[in-house]
Ligand binder design. Structure first.
Ligand code: SAM
Length: 268
C-alpha cells in the first residue's frame, strides 16, 4: 500500500488494500464485491486520509503503450489533475492521462543518487518527469516521452522545479532518439523505465551509450523463482545488445505471482 492510514479500510468489501495516493487523489484497485458500496469506500478513505480530496477506482491493470489506468470516480471532488510531492520535487500530472506510480519513489532516488556531476543523462521513457527533474538538479538530462499529455506536464514540471535549462525535451518515439540526438550524445547514463516494452529499444540505447557508460534497463520478467527470472533477463540482454555486459541485477518490485520487475545495470 502507498500512502498512510488505510489500516482500518481493509474490512470493506471490494477493497484489498491496493491504494495509491498521488497528490490529493487516491486510486483504489476495485475488486468484485465493491458494487453499490463505492461511495462508502470513498468516504472511509477520505475520513482516514485527511489529505485525500478525490477518490477513483481503478478497473483492470495499467494498460497500453502509454501505461494508463481506467478510472471510475467514487467520491470527493471529480478531478484527476493534482500535484504530487516526492524526493523534494513537485510534479503536476493527470492520473488518468499520464502514467505515474508513487511506489517507485525510492527507486528514482536510488538512480539519482548514482548520477555524478558532468554526466550526460538520457531518459528514454520520461513520463511526467519524476526521474528527469530529480536528476536535472545534478546533471543535464535529455528526456523523451511519446504521450503528449505526459510530455506537457513534464515541461510544466521542469519550470515548477526550476530545471528547465537543464532538461532537453524530446517529444515522440524513443526509437527515433539516435537520429534526434545525433551530435548531442553519446550519453553516460541511459534510463529505460518502461518495463513492459523496453526490450524493443535496447539496441537503440546501446548505440547511444558512451564508453564506460551504463544503461538502467527495467523489465517485467516471469520465472518460477527470481533466479530463473534473472537468468532470462541476462539471456535477453545478451541477444539484444551482445557488446554490452550486465554488471548487476536487482528486484524493483513484485508485480504478481511468478512475475517481477527487475532492473539490470548494463555497461559498455
Ligand atoms: C512505465 S512509464 C514510466 C514513466 C516515468 N519514467 C515514471 O517513472 O513515471 C513508461 C512511459 O513511456 C512512455 N512511452 C511509451 N512508449 C514510448 C515510446 N515509444 N517512446 C517514448 N516514450 C514512450 C509512456 O507514455 C510512459 O509515460
Amino acid at each position: 500500500m502507498t500512502g498512510t492510514g488505510a489500516s482500518r479500510l481493509g474490512g470493506l468489501p471490494g477493497f484489498d488494500s491496493g491504494i495509491d495516493v498521488i497528490g490529493d487523489v487516491a486510486v483504489v484497485k476495485l475488486r468484485p464485491g465493491v458494487e453499490g458500496r463505492e461511495s462508502a469506500l470513498a468516504e472511509a478513505i477520505m475520513a482516514e486520509m485527511k489529505s485525500v480530496k478525490c477518490v477513483y477506482g481503478q478497473e483492470g491493470g495499467i494498460e497500453g503503450e502509454f501505461r494508463l489506468r481506467r478510472l471510475r470516480h467514487l467520491g470527493g471532488e471529480a478531478r484527476t489533475t493534482t500535484t504530487h510531492k516526492e524526493n523534494g520535487i513537485r510534479l503536476r500530472l493527470d492520473v488518468e492521462t499520464c502514467y505515474f506510480s508513487p511506489r517507485l519513489s525510492t527507486e528514482r532516488l536510488r538512480i539519482a543518487s548514482r548520477v555524478r556531476e558532468g554526466e550526460k543523462v538520457l531518459n528514454m521513457f520520461a513520463g511526467v518527469g519524476p526521474y528527469s527533474v530529480l536528476i536535472a538538479k545534478k546533471a543535464p538530462v535529455w528526456s523523451c516521452e511519446l504521450n503528449a499529455a505526459a510530455y506537457r506536464f513534464h515541461v510544466e514540471n521542469n519550470r515548477l522545479n526550476k530545471v528547465e535549462r537543464r532538461v532537453t525535451m524530446v517529444e515522440g518515439d524513443a526509437a527515433l532518439l539516435p537520429e534526434k540526438t545525433a551530435g548531442e550524445g553519446p550519453f553516460d547514463r541511459i534510463l529505460m523505465p518502461h518495463p513492459s516494452q523496453s526490450n524493443a529499444f535496447l539496441p537503440a540505447a546501446a548505440s547511444m551509450l558512451a564508453p564506460g557508460g551504463v544503461v538502467h534497463y527495467y523489465r517485467h520478467v516471469t520465472g518460477e523463482d527470481e533466479g530463473e527470472a534473472e537468468a532470462r533477463l541476462r539471456e535477453e540482454v545478451a541477444a539484444l545488445a551482445p557488446r554490452l555486459s550486465v554488471v548487476a541485477v536487482r528486484r524493483v518490485r513484485v508485480v504478481g505471482p511468478r512475475y517481477v520487475e527487475l532492473v539490470a545495470d548494463i555497461e559498455a
